[in-house]
Every structure is written in structure tokens, then in C-alpha cells.
Design a protein around this ligand. Structure first.
Ligand code: NAP
Length: 331
């Protein structure tokens, strides 16, 4: 049946034409890649909204090597390793840097794709290079940080024209001279001299309190990106919504909190079939059991339309939504 439900954390009933598990680099040259081959890690940011007509490759490559220079820790990790296990292992070995990114579900290979970020740290800060296998040229290529075009929850790997690049490993460079990043409201209760271990434990606690565990309640983390609008639009919104949180990105741009917009638009009770808004964090949509792809898409469209009507702001999915023939061009 090739069911995809166990391989994406939103767990919609869906299937693929075929599923291949990648466990060794030697397998790669034997795989026939076509335009409808989809590469998946742990499936925590991809949602299959219907049966998928192509084949799915699931990256389960494993390895970890730690070396050091005078100034940095150099970590080379295979893409199929679990992200949070890596964070924990490094902190336990006395290597700080990734503590703010604790408990993000997913694999190491997904970290550069999505440029994962939390509590003021984006992983692009620590990525030295990304090794990929190019299914068109059948070569391994090492891409430097600047080749990856990292942006807010985005990178070159998220672009459809690069779907033939399979990330095999990621090289991180973590400076030995470490400073805690404690600016986010949820971390401000920590002392200025908090250790990386303390920060990691705190982040784990906060995330567990706010976010649903995908193993218990299927979800794909933040469903939408935080929208970026002009300072002028923000100023005019403030007259109607004086307590709207916003973060200045530069003199012309402001980032809004999508979760706040959804919550304050009164959308928390919204539910379509078994697709619903999470009660403790409105930015997360959940599958209460038997949601269908159509339920989820209807829910997401309702949210976008209401947010647009109320604030004039467009929400964009952060997750990658797949239909029968590949990425959905729009919701
Ligand atoms: P929160 O603390 O309730 O804040 C809401 C939003 O405001 C966040 O999304 C964050 O944007 C922004 N924000 C807060 N303080 C900020 C500051 N000092 N400077 C700039 N922006 C600030 O957020 P939350 O929902 O509990 O999430 C906490 C962190 O975990 C956030 O960084 C969030 O992105 C991350 N997270 C990511 C996922 C995912 O699936 N990707 C899921 C849950 C949480 P940013 O999102 O840009 O940081």
C-alpha cells in the first residue's frame, strides 16, 4: 500500500507510488530519479494532502563525527540523524550553540532546508557547508553556507528546481567562545550566566508546555510563516490593534506574529472535520485523528481569508503541502 501516514508527522491517510529508504550512500547511484520523486526526512514539515503519484525517498543516513580547531567545534552529521538527539548529545559533551533549537522535531537534513529557527537562533548561523547528492549529474557536491541562500525559514533546497538535490550530511561550525542568546520573552526568566544545558532544559520545558507532541497529536509545527509587512502598514494597523506584537527587521519592514493574528481573529475554535487549530498555540494546526487533506486545506484557507479580511495581511504556509502531482502551488 506504501502508506505515507507513518512518515509525515501530520499523519494524513495517503500513499505513494513507492517508498525507498536511503540507508547508505552506495544506494544513491542506483536510484532512478524522476521529476516526481520526493525526498523526505522525518516528514515534520511536509504534509501529503492526497495520494502521491510519484515515489518517495526517505533519508535515513546515519553518522556523526566531531573534530575541533583552536577556535571551533566541527560537527559532521548525516542527514538522517534525529535533530534533537544531536542537540542533546552535543550539549552533554560540553559543546554549546544549538541549545535554543532543542526539541525541534525532524531530521538533521531538514535543518538547512527550512533554515530552522527558534528563540532568536537560526541554524544558518552555524552551518559551514551542506553535502548533497545531485541525482541529475550523479555527483556528490559540497555547498558552502553562501551557496545555500538562507533566509527566514527558507533556502535554496526549498526551491522546486532543486528537488534533485538530496542532502546527505551537514557540517556545523560551533565557536568555542560561546554566548547565551536569551532575548526571547520565554527565555528572559533565565539568569544572564545561564549555561547551555540550562537553556536547553528550559527550551524543552517551554516547548513541551506550548506545543503538541507530534507522536501524541499529529501536527507539523508552525503551519504559517510570520508575515513581514511594511512599517507604514504596521503603523496603520496599530490604530485598530494597539497591542499587536511586532518586531522591527529594518527601517521599512516589520515582522508580525502569525499565531497572535490567528488567535485574536477568534479562530482558535475553528475546526474542519478533524483538522483544527491547536488551543495553546494558534500557529500550529493539528490532526485530531481522521482529518483528510481536504479538511486541512479548507481550514487553512479559512484562516488565511479571515486574517486577510481582518488585518489586510497575507499568511503563507511554512509547511510544504503536497498534492497528487507534487507541491501545491497555492493553498
Ligand atoms: P512567541 O515567543 O510566542 O513569539 C511569537 C512570535 O514573535 C515568534 O514567532 C517570534 O518570531 C516572534 N518573536 C518573539 N520574540 C522576538 C524577539 N525578541 N525578536 C524577534 N522576534 C520575536 O513564539 P512561540 O510561538 O512560542 O515560538 C517560540 C520560538 O520557537 C520562535 O522562535 C518560533 O519561531 C519557534 N518555533 C518554531 C516552530 C516551527 O515549526 N518552525 C514551531 C514552534 C516554535 P520567530 O518565529 O521569527 O522567532
Amino acid at each position: 500500500m506504501n502508506s505515507l501516514a507513518p512518515y509525515h508527522s501530520f499523519s494524513l491517510q495517503s500513499s505513494a507510488q513507492s517508498i525507498v529508504f536511503i540507508e547508505s550512500l552506495d544506494q544513491l547511484s542506483k536510484i532512478e530519479w524522476t521529476n516526481d520523486t520526493w525526498i523526505l526526512g522525518a516528514g515534520t514539515n511536509t504534509i501529503f494532502t492526497s495520494n502521491y503519484s510519484g515515489s518517495v525517498l526517505i533519508n535515513q543516513l546515519k553518522s556523526l563525527t566531531i573534530t575541533e580547531s583552536d577556535t571551533d567545534w566541527l560537527i559532521d552529521v548525516a542527514a538522517g540523524e534525529n535533530w534533537h538527539s544531536l542537540v542533546e548529545k552535543l550539549i552533554n559533551e560540553g559543546i554549546p550553540g544549538l541549545e535554543n533549537l532543542a526539541l525541534i522535531p525532524g531530521s538533521v537534513g531538514a535543518a538547512p532546508v527550512q533554515n530552522i529557527g527558534a528563540y532568536g537562533v537560526e541554524i544558518s548561523r552555524y552551518i559551514e557547508s551542506v553535502q548533497v547528492y545531485n541525482f541529475k549529474s550523479h555527483e556528490f557536491v559540497k555547498m558552502n553556507n553562501s551557496d545555500c541562500n538562507f533566509e527566514y525559514r527558507d533556502s535554496v533546497f526549498k526551491q522546486p528546481e532543486n528537488s534533485h538535490l538530496l542532502i546527505t550530511s551537514v557540517q556545523f561550525k560551533l565557536p568555542k567562545h560561546w554566548l547565551p542568546v536569551l532575548e526571547y520573552p520565554d527565555l528572559q526568566s533565565l539568569p544572564n550566566d545561564a549555561t547551555a544545558e540550562m537553556i536547553m532544559q528550559h527550551v524543552i520545558q517551554v516547548r513541551k508546555a506550548k506545543l503538541p507532541d507530534p507522536d501524541e497529536i499529529p501536527n507539523a509545527g508552525s503551519f504559517f510563516k510570520n508575515p513581514v509587512i511594511s512599517s507604514a502598514q504596521y503603523q496603520s494597523l496599530l490604530s485598530n490593534f494597539p497591542d499587536m506584537p511586532a518586531f522591527v527587521l529594518d527601517k521599512n519592514k516589520v515582522k508580525l506574529a502569525a499565531g497572535w493574528l490567528i488567535d485574536r481573529a477568534g479562530l482558535k475554535p475553528l475546526r474542519v472535520g478533524d483538522a483544527a487549530v491547536h488551543q495553546r498555540q494558534a500557529l500550529v494546526l493539528i490532526n485530531k485523528g481522521q482529518a483528510s487533506g481536504a479538511d486541512l486545506l479548507t481550514l487553512a484557507r479559512n484562516i488565511c481569508n479571515t486574517v486577510k479580511e481582518k488585518y489586510g495581511v497575507e499568511l503563507e504556509p511554512e509547511v510544504r503541502l503536497l498534492g497528487e502531482n507534487g507541491l501545491l502551488a497555492q493553498l
